[in-house]
Design a protein around this ligand. Structure first.
Ligand SMILES: [Zn+2]
Ligand SMILES: [Zn+2]
Length: 880
């Protein structure tokens, strides 16, 4: 008795399936690994998304690739830990809460530090979990029982411990340096948080008087207000135009400060007039020049972007108002030589969009060059492998030229710097725990440094701080060093390099063995997705529309490490169609199982197609094993997809259908290939595979365990490989394809049966064995198999294939008279077109007047028509 098909829904409905199985996996604790000292664990620490975050496609890609790895290793029997977490994201979160306060008509200053932080924690409790919940919809098999937040007690202690250790080793110091400053957020920000935008601006050419005479020197600037902070003018020592002025004194317009004219090789004589203004407080290059020449640093800005008292008459003016007023004044005094329009790239704060200022201020820094050396060694000696390999050079180059890292931020939300200043003796106390009093004079008048640490400081410790460091925990002992760090190539420096440096510094061990870098996601035209362009796809909407497995499949199939990925609705539809194809095939197979069946086909009595599909599958398993081991997940997935759709569904199931009612129904093979394919696919498409597998499980006569995710990943069975069966089936498939193509070419009705002859020698037995299948799949009857030397009828379409010839009598396919007339009509039209084009292309007037591309187009048309003429004549000849 056949199984009642109404038990299995006709169409695959991802939504009910996904929530049900995710909960099932969670309830059974499958995501939490058992520590087994006999086995090497597989460990991924998830790049922690920001608590402010909404799931975007970048997260979806990260989660998909990491889940593929985690599920694959888990199925291989390795204790697998995928540890999730969240990042407090200092500046981003502070900005969001500040905006909420603004809507209430208040500010963080009005609230005060403690009240403000309470608000951020409240916000975190309310919204901070969204991103984790959204990750669950992607099917992520993370161990949520080990979830960490960067500001948890443990990771916070790791931060303080690291700071104190580095400080006491002399690797953290406080100093005046130039940094990126956001006047709206009123904090230093990292290079990563600066977004460069092409902005229309100007080059203002301004004359400075030379002291003791009527001479001038002209400099060009894009930020005229910074003139007020100039402390020198510099020229290239080789520049003959300015030879005489080196050593003289220039006088700054408006404020009249006297500044030296110096020579420096760094000046590009081709830039502007060859004389450049030096503003050490507001330009990173000028800062270096200033240091080298011992120039004073004159800061002209307040933290909020207004001018300060050093700006003379512009004290308290907004920086742009000052610019406008100053330019007007220079013009009225005849000091403005000219103004040129100039497109330049201006840094903006990526949180609030305000133009940032390079600004000298007192900040904390890590002397990172010392930490870079072991991090360079770890990659050059192969302890850490970067995939794709080309990023190794980028990584090494960055570390070899590394600059000190500014780690202080003038924010309130984050890890507060563990430094206290004594109000009585000025002692600086750096301590993991809050000090009870001054370590030098015992005073209790201690004040903690108001700044917090760069968010990346805690991120840099993530692989060891999440596992319990600085404590010597069981997790740290077993799971560290971790296996793979998977992230976007865009944060190789900001994050990956720093994790390697800090991991080596704190634990003496590398934090991970492999760095896997994925690309960016672009739209179908290859453009970056952006809100402005309106081409952003929202992963949650895509999941609603197509299902999680379809999204995962579309994101990862065919992708390769480090290369950008194009995503389009076409791709999403193709992925959904694949899920439906798999569903329908499974439904068909399940519908044909009555009693319990074996999924172990007995080797004797296998038909050619059985041996073929089992051979193809085992070859695939071996390839997938190799590809996955080499981190080519996208290619592995593509091959599984092509096997399931292109070989199993399109050929094997179609041929097997003919045998289902017969004496030897191929159920064990059908079930075996389906069940194995599901396990092969599970890491990529976890939900649909679990749903079908659970339906299948009850019909197989052995104990299969509780879930596909805990079932073993397929291992290739060498003896199943069968070259003879593969080449024989290849001939059969080629024959059916050739007949189908010819039918399409002659527009034969799909339901019509046509006559066919097949000529073969070596492949004859295979073709004869598959005659019934060929008949059914190509819709040919009668089918006659002959030797290649045998006589054959006239007036046939013949297709020569490797190993066989397909001979199709024309009369069976077309109404010969009607087809002949149709072709003759087409030939006449084609000849007229050719004649017209030839005349045109011999016309000198046309050739001399028409644009080149138009002429080219006509030539192409002629070539196409001539080609068509040949084919039409061939077709007509076949009819005779
Ligand atoms: Zn900002
Ligand atoms: Zn003291």
């Amino acid at each position: 008795m056949s199984r009642n098909l109404s038990e299995i829904p006709k169409a695959y409905d991802p939504h009910t399936v996904e929530t049900r199985w995710y909960q099932f996996w969670m309830d059974r604790g499958y995501f939490t690994p058992a520590i087994d000292r006999q086995k090497q664990p597989f460990v991924i620490i998830m790049p922690p998304p920001n608590i402010t975050g909404e799931l975007h496609l970048g997260h979806a890609l990260t989660a998909t690739l990491e889940d593929i790895m985690a599920r694959w290793h888990r199925m291989k029997g390795e204790p697998t830990l995928w540890l999730p977490g969240m990042d407090h994201a200092g500046i981003a979160t502070q900005f969001v809460v500040e905006q909420a306060l603004a809507r209430e008509g208040t500010t963080k200053q009005a609230l005060g530090r403690d009240k403000f932080l309470e608000r951020v924690w409240e916000w975190k409790r309310k919204y901070g979990h969204n991103i984790a919940e959204q990750h669950k919809r992607l099917g992520t098999s993370c161990d949520w029982s080990r979830e960490r937040f960067t500001m948890d007690e443990g990771p916070s202690r790791a931060v303080r411990t690291t700071f104190a250790r580095l400080y006491h080793k002399g690797l953290i110091y406080r100093g005046e340096r130039i940094i990126n400053w956001c006047p709206r957020c009123v904090t230093a920000i990292s290079d990563l948080e600066v977004e460069y935008r092409d902005t229309p601006g100007h080059f203002w050419y301004v004359r400075y008087h030379l002291k003791g005479g009527d001479d001038f020197i002209t400099v060009a600037t894009t930020r005229p207000e910074t003139i007020l902070g100039d402390t020198a003018v510099a020229v290239n020592p080789q520049d003959k135009r300015h030879k005489g002025v080196v050593g003289k004194t220039a006088i700054l317009p408006v404020i009249g400060r006297e500044i030296p004219i110096i020579a420096d090789d760094a000046v590009d004589p081709a830039f502007g007039t060859g004389a450049v203004k030096i503003t050490p407080a507001h330009d990173p290059v000028d800062f270096e020049v200033g240091q080298a020449h011992g120039l004073p640093t004159v800061n002209i800005l307040n933290p909020d972007g207004t001018m300060n008292q050093n700006a003379g008459p512009y004290d308290k003016a907004d920086r742009y108002a000052c610019r406008e007023q100053l330019v007007a004044r220079l013009e009225s005094e005849g000091l403005l030589v000219k103004v040129e329009p100039h497109q330049h790239s201006v840094g903006h704060c990526c949180r609030c969009g305000t133009a940032v200022e390079p600004w000298v201020s007192q900040q904390w820094f890590v002397r990172i060059a010392a930490l870079a050396i072991p991090a360079i060694d770890a990659v050059t000696d192969g302890r850490i492998r970067i995939i794709p390999e080309r990023f190794t050079k980028v990584y090494l180059n960055w570390l070899e030229n590394i600059k000190d890292w500014c780690i202080s931020r003038q924010l309130w939300w984050g890890h507060r710097i563990p430094v206290w200043y004594c109000g009585d003796c000025g002692e600086v106390i750096v301590s993991v725990d809050d000090p009870g009093g001054c370590t030098k004079c015992g005073s209790s008048k201690l004040e903690q440094d108001p700044d917090v640490l760069d968010t990346w400081f805690s991120s840099a410790l993530w692989p060891h701080s999440t596992l319990g460091w600085p404590d010597d925990t069981e997790d740290l002992g077993y799971f560290y060093p971790t296996s793979v760090m998977e992230t976007g190539y865009d944060i190789l420096f900001f994050w990956v390099a720093r994790m390697i440096m800090m991991g080596l510094e704190n634990t003496g061990e590398i934090p991970f063995h492999t760095v896997y870098l994925h690309g960016l996601i672009r739209d179908d035209k290859g453009e970056k997705m952006s809100k402005v362009k309106g081409n952003v796809l929202n992963p949650l909407k895509l999941i609603d529309q197509y299902g999680t497995d379809a999204l995962r499949h579309a994101l990862s199939t065919g992708s390769s490490p480090g290369n950008d990925i194009r995503l389009s609705t076409d791709k999403m539809e193709a992925a959904r169609n694949f899920a439906n194809k798999l569903w329908n095939a499974s439904r068909f197979i399940l519908g044909n199982i009555s009693e319990k069946v074996s999924d172990k086909p007995s080797p004797d009595g296998l038909a050619l197609e059985d041996r073929w599909i089992l051979s193809r599958m085992n070859r695939l398993i071996a390839d997938v094993h190799q590809l996955m081991g080499d981190f080519h997940f996208g290619e592995a997935q593509r091959q599984v997809h092509d096997f399931v759709w292109g070989e199993f569904c399109d050929w094997y199931i179609e041929i097997a259908k003919l045998r289902l009612q017969g004496e030897n129904p191929p159920l064990p093979v059908l079930v075996n290939v389906l069940e194995t394919s599901l396990r092969l696919l599970h890491p990529f498409m976890p939900f649909i595979t679990e749903e079908i597998w659970q339906n299948l499980k009850g019909h197989i006569d052995r104990d299969m365990g509780g879930s596909i995710m805990m079932a073993p990943y397929p291992v290739a069975d060498g003896p199943a490989l069968d070259d003879a069966a593969e080449s024989a089936m290849e001939v059969v498939i080629d024959v059916v394809r050739a007949i189908r193509n010819t039918r399409a070419e002659f527009k034969v009705e799909p339901s019509k049966w046509i006559e066919a002859l097949l000529a073969a020698d070596d492949a004859r037995p295979a073709i004869e064995a598959q005659a019934q299948a060929i008949e059914a799949l190509a819709r040919v009857k009668p089918l006659t198999v002959i030797g290649t030397g045998d006589g054959r009828p006239d007036n046939c379409k013949t297709i020569v294939l490797k190993g066989a010839e397909v001979i199709l009598p024309m009369a069976g396919m077309v109404d010969l008279d009607a087809e002949r007339m149709r072709l003759e009509r087409e030939i006449a039209e084609n000849q007229a077109d050719i004649a017209r084009l030839e005349i045109r292309l011999k016309d000198d007037k046309f050739l001399s007047r028409a644009p080149q591309h138009v002429v080219e187009k006509e030539r192409e048309r002629l070539a196409v028509q001539r080609d068509r003429a040949a084919r039409l004549r061939e077709r007509l000849a076949e009819l005779v």
